[in-house]
Design a protein around this ligand. Structure first.
Ligand SMILES: [Cu+2]
Length: 337
């Protein structure tokens, strides 16, 4: 119990420090410094800026309310202090006019804040007219990205350098590792200037896909598919954006970063085509084997011994619309620590 608490604390500390480091690196194109580091990032999408503007609007409303309320309090305390001969008015126990005012004013302020907030929320949820759909599945501990109907799928986990350096007694100074705990082996590649829809889910426990620069944070819940979207500014091609799992999901929660590689539409199309060809080639022998050895009963897929696991993979491979179940791929790709 103590051990698991320690592990949890260590994981949450790792996330906190990694998130702080990420804030410093989140938007390489728009370098932020000084006081702005304490604030939300403006991000690199129109939606993230809209969220930022909403945040600033509400922030200033709060500042004004605080200034008025605390100003009135301070003035009353100083101007009507006992040493100046002030005597408390004990007759003022009820005043209908004052009560109506202090109820109506906050209601008006709340409505004034709710209108732009609701408008932004509706836009955040609007996943229509998207140009690309990617299914994001959170695993303990990594992310699977599946480009729907494109025949491309990739598993993204903490890069090996960080992974080795983080081990106790590894002898590697984390300061020597580039983007320590913030790099992955396979980044998510997306085109700029395209509305990308994410279908976010979880394979085991609840995870949360969070990339601050996009203003996107969506829970991946097993058994549910949540939707999110982003549209990166066209001038951000060639940039990398970093994120984290934002839902405490277990021992290695602090070690499942997100990296998004934003490319121009042409570069992205070329990459997608290349990946599709590579992945088709990689799965080709497995698909060809059952047809080559005529009896359907054999279905020999390399490495998978239990019979129940073999059959569904063979049958899904034949339909081509449904791809190999992600957990099987993850097990195949994840090398033991
Ligand atoms: Cu997670």
């Amino acid at each position: 119990m103590i051990r698991s608490n320690c592990a949890r604390r260590a994981a949450s500390f790792a996330t906190t420090t990694a998130a702080a480091a990420m804030a410093l690196q989140a938007t390489p194109a728009r370098a932020e410094s000084g006081w702005s580091l304490l604030n939300m990032t403006q991000g690199v999408t129109a939606m993230s800026r809209q969220i930022y503007d909403l945040h600033m609007l509400i922030f200033w409303v709060c500042v004004i309310i605080a200034a008025v309320v605390f100003g009135a309090m301070l003035w009353s305390i100083v101007a009507y202090r006992k040493s100046q001969g002030a005597v408390a008015d004990t007759t003022l126990v009820h005043n209908t006019k004052v009560e109506i005012i202090w109820t109506a004013v906050p209601v008006i302020i709340l409505i004034a804040m709710a209108v732009p907030a609701a408008r932004t929320l509706v836009e955040i949820e609007d996943t229509t007219k998207t140009g690309l759909t990617i299914k994001v599945t959170g695993f303990q501990w990594g992310w699977n990205y599946e480009y729907l109907d494109k025949g491309v799928s990739l598993f993204s986990r903490l890069d090996r350098k960080s992974d080795t350096a983080r081990e106790l007694g590894s002898g590697i100074d984390p300061n020597t590792v580039d983007h320590y705990l913030l790099n992955v082996d396979n980044p998510l590649v997306v085109p700029v200037g395209t509305k990308v829809r994410l279908l976010v889910t979880g394979a085991d426990v609840i995870h949360s896909w969070w990339v601050p620069a996009f203003g996107v944070k969506k829970d991946g819940i097993p058994g549910f598919v949540n939707e999110a979207w982003f549209n990166i500014d066209a001038d951000q091609a060639g940039q990398l954006f970093r994120g984290q799992c934002a839902e405490l999901c277990g021992r290695d929660h602090g070690f499942m970063p997100i990296v998004v590689d934003a490319r121009s539409k042409e570069d992205f199309e070329a990459w997608l085509k290349e990946q599709a060809a590579q992945q088709k080639q990689a799965t080709a022998p497995a698909e060809a084997t059952p047809t080559a050895s005529a009896p359907a009963a054999t279905t020999p897929i390399a490495g998978t011994t239990p019979a129940p696991a073999v059959t569904p993979i063979a049958s899904t491979a034949a339909t081509s619309t449904v791809r190999v179940p992600a957990p099987a791929r993850m097990l195949a790709k994840a090398s033991p620590r």
